[in-house]
Ligand binder design. Sequence first.
Ligand code: GLA
Length: 389
Amino acid sequence: MTGDQEAVDRARHAFTDTFGGQPAGVWAAPGRVNVIGEHTDYNGGFVLPIALPHTTRAAVTRRTDGRVAFASLQGEDAVVELGLDELAPGRPDDWAGYPAGVVWALRERLDGGLSVLVDSDVPVGAGLSSSAALTCSVALALRDLVAPELGPADLVELARRAENDFVGAPTGILDQSASVLCADGHALFLDTRDRTSQQVPLDLRSAGLALLVVDSGVTHEHAGGGYGDRRQECEEAARRLGVDFLREVEDVDRLAALADGTPEGQVLMRRARHIVTENARVLEVVAALRDGDDPRRIGPILTAGHESLRDDFEISVPLLDAIVESAVGAGAHGARMVGGGFGGSAIALVDTGAVDAVTAAVGTRFEREGQPAPRTFVTVPSDGARRLA
Ligand code: GLA
């Protein structure tokens, strides 16, 4: 949440120290929290994220020697450098794979190569989409430098390809869409099937509300394990129901067909039930916000979303459950884990005057669980990716 000018100066200086010369520009893209609509994105469903004020900044310039080089101010001191023609899915295989994946997806346009320095205040491993902030900042830079015809939807797709096809993380398009398309003061209502989206005004502050983010400190990893399993389970459930995407199922009664008496059928039924009920929750929240209802009304819908992720989708962890329980116990209107699961952050919808009490209650609970105090912050819907300089 560094001020724009300060962020530009810092990135420029670091770029010059690392590569010599000046960057052609500095671009920023934010992390996100999803208000509601979890794991619906690869099921053709609905999502409702906001962009965070936290961003990744990319200072970028073209080169002429056919090489690509990546440097980060976040604790990685070595520059990762290789020939443009050496880029291949999985290579480089560290953090630089994310920006490299974007370069790779546009490699025909970039014969001379590129130098990239990134600086970020998006918490890493906290389920707040630091990877989308990274890919989207570089995608926007490349649009301005070599591919001016690319529209916002193309940038989302470019960042998705970098993550799915190059890094090998089987994510949907929630994070990249939020990072590119979100607008200040609004939540992004996105239909991931046809990729149409609308901005839904979300002015919590004038309703006397705050959105509190609590990082559980449990880190998650999407390239491996549970996330991919859930995706496969959803695909299998859709196949058995004879639909392309679970989004096409609106009535939970239809899911009874999955419960064929086997434990596997029972699991698929619960996974699918999360998706079907979660899509309905997104529509309910959007309707409440559009009708100008008191946003407090969405609180219980958020908590129901958490329970569904915990019980039916089984991707919560005890510390996330503890955050939700203690926040609601201390007066939050609703709370839920956000993101891919198995760690990361939770959000709580809290009266402005109750932020301290809720934060303290969560802190006490962590202490009781023998955990270090969690990082917490109040967030507001912020702007999507943009050029800073
Ligand atoms: C991660 C993925 C997204 C989405 C969420 C869960 O953040 O990157 O595509 O599936 O998990 O909603």
